[in-house]
Design a protein around this ligand. Sequence first.
Ligand SMILES: Cc1ncc(COP(=O)(O)O)c(C=O)c1O
Length: 411
Amino acid sequence: MANTLFHAERRIAQRARSLNSSAIREILKLTERPEMISFAGGIPSPASFPLAALRDASARATHASSADAFQYSATEGYAPLREWIAREHSSRQHPVAPSNVLITSGSQQAFDLIGKVLVDPQSAVLVERPSYPGALQSLSLYEPEFVSVQTDEHGMVSKALEYVEPERAALLYLQPNFQNPTGARLPIQRRRKIAEIAQRTRLIVVEDDPYAALAFDGGQSLPTIHSMAPDNVIYLGSFSKVLAPGLRVGYMIVPGALQKKFVQVKQAADLHSSTLSQRIVYESVRGGLLATHVPRLASFYREQCAAMLSALDAHMPEGVHWNVPEGGMFIWLALPPDIDSAALLEDALALNVAFVPGAPFFARDPLHHFLRLSFATVSPQQIDCGIERLAALINAYSRAFTPVFDLDLDR
Ligand SMILES: Cc1ncc(COP(=O)(O)O)c(C=O)c1O
């Protein structure tokens, strides 16, 4: 038996051999124990799902006469939903035609399609440092050379793009709003600069924007890079964070020149995204649900974030730093540089506290003294209790090391 397995493993193609399981998904498996206080999952709070509206929308989508909801459908996606997305974008940003919208099975599928269409082995893929591991994992199957672009507390340093040969890169992947993991929101000047560099160097920018709606101040969102350079940007949107992720409905807005190729690779991958899910999403949003639901969501996450920030202020020892996000679901914590967050996780799990260590967020040369905390799914009381336990553990680790006084310029 063991012998057969050995031979079968040897048949695994080169590109799949180096693929690792998502570190986050592995940790999530460990956090299913009810007593666990998990800051690990980047998942939306189930308490935030608009269940009644989703049930009504499902009933409308599956109405007895609607056999179409269960039929094969167009690769590009459900036409009324594509039109709705195009209208939404056009009203807030640059005009978008429904023909530019391609519905995907979550934005996760978009990464795979982008890898297939744009990435050859060894081609340079420019990414933030840190970046989203789900995108890195998916793109890595196409065997690129990841090149990290300098990133600070406001996101990608746009000027630094000039120094990584954008004209030779296959693409640049970034998140403009409430980045996963750092929570950073890219300022408008940097968006303009990135759009200008993209146009000048013919760089394709993949602008992944699932958290845009989760701005705590509920204010006007900043213009997308897509609105500034629509021929250079592939924009990724998702209904996962504003409705429910189990529907698996996301979308790409693709420049005209690339449209046909993306439809072909999507066709080859899965024919089309779930007809039923797309109709449920459309029936949910068509009547204006998001206009009332999104402000409720944003205020829910604002309260959750405030609870975590005050717990951090109250309990964390000196030498630990974190960002104050203006939206999204994440806080990015910097430990003293001699503490390895993966080792810390082992001990934290024994205390029933979970988080995601920082290393998987780096495309290369990982830094080990960061960790990501999600404030999305844990009650404020549990947040305080979990952060207090974590802080005590970090304190114990800090005391176990002799202080190091050199400046770590990477932090
Ligand atoms: C930055 C980012 N992009 C994309 C995704 C994938 O989202 P989905 O496939 O559910 O649309 C996630 C999920 O957490 C994410 O955090």
